[in-house]
Write a protein that binds this ligand. Sequence first.
Ligand SMILES: Nc1nc2c(ncn2[C@@H]2O[C@H](COP(=O)(O)OP(=O)(O)OP(=O)(O)O)[C@@H](O)[C@H]2O)c(=O)[nH]1
Ligand SMILES: [Mg+2]
Length: 335
Amino acid sequence: MQFIDEARIRVEAGKGGDGVISWRREKYVPKGGPDGGNGGVGGSVYFEADPQLSTLLDFRYKKKYEAESGNAGAASNCTGRSGEDLIIHVPVGTQIRDATNKHLLADLVERGQRILLAKGGRGGLGNNEFKSPTNQAPRFKTDGKPGEFYDLELELKLLADVALVGFPNAGKSTLISRISQAKPKIADYPFTTLVPNLGIVQAPQEHQSFVVADIPGLIEGASEGRGLGHQFLKHIERSAVLLFLLDGTDEQNPPAEIFKILKKELGSFNKELLAKPRLVVITKADAIAEELLAKYAKSKIDGKKPMIISAVAGEKIPELIALLWEKVQAMKADL
Ligand SMILES: Nc1nc2c(ncn2[C@@H]2O[C@H](COP(=O)(O)OP(=O)(O)OP(=O)(O)O)[C@@H](O)[C@H]2O)c(=O)[nH]1
Ligand SMILES: [Mg+2]
């Protein structure tokens, strides 16, 4: 399925139904009074965060969303039927902005969260409403009011507890496939992963889990658009913890250097990304030469001894999960 994380749509709430002018006509009642009913209220437009959804793709095809209008009133003081509300389902993590002034109108971060976005118009008043001691036969009514309408920008920013950050080929997808049920494509060429994938990881604690996001690889210059660019970095903006994966097999590109480049790219996208708690690991331990392994074991990256893992051989994987879980919980406790 195509992953789309931005869309522009228009939403219109329903118009209120018009009030009507009508007169009572009953047998043996010579001069019936007014009995024109009010119009029904227009349907409103709501947004709801739906955990079943993972992309904004649908909004590429359908651009306009209208709630139903209210019906006009009728004789015998009947109020018109109200218009049906329209509920638009979006993935969890969708932000909704007013396209004209860019104001954030809603940020749907919780499953099932529902917000009213455009309110339906009020129904008009029928002539019965205007009856008074001085005017027993009012010949006026009002029309229904238009519903609210907006041009909107939808933007999906994934919500993951941990985001994987690394060069292409660092082993991000291999790791997520090892620690979760996610089945991303894995291959020995760069930019295998073109869209973010989420995986749910079982925590060391029973009945607890956390969400990891595998995002496309970053390269030097990504913040200026090189490679797949930085557009995917927005998906890590809302992650609690960053996990840096550094390929340890390439002597030409030592992990410490890769780490510096990744930090620079993250920082030029959004300084706050550097303030997030992070864990730095060297990957592919099973394929690293002995001398190199010994060298890494003595080195420091980000001020600490790096953990050296192998997603393929399963080395240090439970330890990694435990550490990530600890950091995720510490972040949640701070909220
Ligand atoms: N020997 C060994 N190879 C690994 C390990 N982890 C990943 N690889 C290999 O490294 C290559 C890249 O792995 P991926 O998981 O696709 O890397 P990625 O970081 O997702 O790459 P992009 O999606 O391109 O950003 C594949 O050929 C993997 O088999 C590991 O622990 N040991
Ligand atoms: Mg990948």
